[in-house]
Design a protein around this ligand. Structure first.
Ligand code: MEV
Length: 332
């Protein structure tokens, strides 16, 4: 059996502006992950998907155990499997006999990269099972193909940070920069409980940009300046400087029109409880907020966020560490 995993992610700085060619910084989130396993099926059975432990909205169709040949066209999990197998030279028919099991603890529609992580885990598990060496760059590219089908006009940052599993400084169309975090730092990550569809929010921003191009371009430039300053601070190990930059980025996101009262309530609670800075993360209008905290304040800020209505609170330590996300057990 072969296993592939992938972490969640948060955008630390630069969401939305990154779609318009500005830089952004994203980091993986430990403690939540997508996991896929591939094992041989009975001869002649074809490919079966088992996704009983996947949040409902990520499931491909009604039911949670089905052969891909019976899945409706456009079934997201089948799209991932087909893109992965085709890249690895397994053009079907004949369909290989495989059972692919998928699970995930990453909350969906909250900006934590659930879809990209599920796709990455499946592609990694298939590559390990088939002994097909797959670089993070190739993994990222394949997952980007999937993202383009389901998320409209993605910048590519989600697939990049998840496939590399390291903090990234990302500019669309440029080689990815793995960001050296000279001094690790802590984030508290809290769910507003409000679902948000990235595709819709990105579309709304584009509609506003079309009408008010000069103002939106200036806002994106403002965000880009914050992102560049944040990159410098991270490289120098001056992580406390990120707090005011997060607040500045949040103010610009509010001007873009992607914040929401439920998010701002959480941000106020986090800052009052001692967070050095806080902002929404991802598309906005719902989803998660992130707060920069001293290690000794993780618990007090988490509790304040819960009291302010957060439905789930996680924390993560941001550092540079390479991990592979694949492993092989008793391959048959
Ligand atoms: C989504 O995680 C971040 C956005 O900037 C969209 C994108 O980059 O594709 C809102």
């Amino acid at each position: 059996m072969a296993t592939g995993t992938a972490p969640g992610k948060v955008i630390l700085f630069g969401e939305h502006a990154v779609v318009y060619g500005r830089p952004a910084i994203a980091v993986p989130v430990d403690g939540v992950e997508a996991c896929a396993t591939v094992r041989p099926g009975e001869q002649g059975s074809g490919i079966w998907l088992e996704c009983c432990n996947l949040p409902a909205a990520e499931k491909g169709r009604e039911g949670c155990y089905y052969p891909i040949r019976e899945a409706p066209p456009g079934d997201p999990l089948c799209v991932v499997v087909t893109i992965g197998l085709t890249h690895m030279g397994m053009v079907t028919p004949p369909e290989p006999d495989l059972i692919i099991t998928i699970s995930s603890t990453i909350p969906i529609a909250r900006g934590l990269g659930s879809g990209a992580a599920v796709a990455t885990a499946i592609i990694r598990a298939l590559a390990t099972y088939l002994d097909y060496p797959l670089s993070p760059e190739e993994t990222s590219r394949l997952v980007f193909e999937v993202e383009k089908i389901f998320h409209g006009t993605p910048s590519g940052i989600d697939n990049t940070v998840i496939a590399y599993q390291q903090p990234v400084y990302y500019v669309r169309g440029e080689p990815v920069e793995l960001l050296k975090v000279s001094n690790p730092f802590h984030l508290v990550i809290a769910d507003s409980g409000v679902a948000s569809a990235t595709r819709e929010v990105v579309r709304e921003v584009r509609q506003h940009w079309e009408v008010e191009r000069v103002r939106y371009e200036a806002l994106f430039d403002g965000i880009a300046a914050v992102v560049r300053a944040a990159r410098e601070s991270i490289l120098k190990g001056e992580w406390r400087a990120l707090g005011p930059l997060m607040n500045e980025n949040q103010a610009l996101l509010e001007e873009l029109g992607v914040s929401a009262p439920a998010l701002e309530r959480l941000l106020t609670a986090a800052r009052s409880a001692g967070a050095l800075g806080a902002k929404l993360s991802g598309a906005g209008q719902g989803g998660f907020v992130i707060a920069l905290v001293e290690e000794e304040n993780i618990i007090s800020v988490s509790k304040a966020l819960e009291r302010a209505g957060a439905t789930q609170v996680l924390s993560t330590c941001v550092s540079s560490y390479p991990t592979s996300g694949s492993r092989e057990e008793e391959k048959g």
